[in-house]
Ligand binder design. Sequence first.
Ligand SMILES: Nc1ncnc2c1ncn2[C@@H]1O[C@H](COP(=O)(O)OP(=O)(O)O)[C@@H](O)[C@H]1O
Ligand SMILES: [Mg+2]
Length: 229
Amino acid sequence: MLSVKDLFVAYGQSEALHGISFEAGKKETVAIMGRNGMGKTTLFKSLMGVLPTKSGVVTVAGQDVTRDESFRRVAKGIAYVPQGRMIFPTLTVEENIQTGLENSKDRIIPQDIYALFPVLWDMRRRKGGNLSGGQQQQLAIARALVTDPKVLLLDEPTEGIQPSIIKDIAKALNEIRKLRDITIVVSEQVLSFALDVADRLFVIEGGRLVHETARVDTDVAHIKQYLSV
Ligand SMILES: Nc1ncnc2c1ncn2[C@@H]1O[C@H](COP(=O)(O)OP(=O)(O)O)[C@@H](O)[C@H]1O
Ligand SMILES: [Mg+2]
């Protein structure tokens, strides 16, 4: 569903990704693990078209999106939950979700969104800025899902979120892929969360994927070495 081939990305003269290649299938979740500064956000921004690609090819369901602007990538089926969530604090929960529906005719929020995140139904008239970090993360995921994406990108969704809510988010992601033909790519530093949601795990270091494992074969101690400073 998502194919990334030999992706190079640079900030001016400074190259940050040095040839990233991986694939993720339909109904598959993959995790990109790595410490701060290793290239996770750069990877996601380039997949979303927020950063230009120097070379390489990205396809979604066989369609080349490498040269597309972000809005075209959304139309071709990519959705993105950025690091830090970036919800609109002065809009209500309902209005925040509706910003994901800008291109739909009726702007009606599908019921399954609230079934996935009951807390958002309870809070639907509250301002986004008044939600907890975990609730804002659920809101950001809900907003991404209403575009009915083929590929959902989540950049460090557990950052700054309390453990009980991390469990809720893992549950929701596992529920989403049971219900939909979706591919999820999540970047993480929290290994327990990645092991709860991902079928395969990659480690990114210095802008390169340096390790790959199926969840069932994961050598936890080995991956923890990459994640410790
Ligand atoms: N706007 C930028 N300009 C120049 N270099 C950047 C910029 N953003 C990130 N970088 C560099 O790119 C590398 C990867 O950063 P990033 O993708 O944010 O890592 P992560 O998300 O894994 O913490 C780091 O060396 C970082 O300093
Ligand atoms: Mg980051």
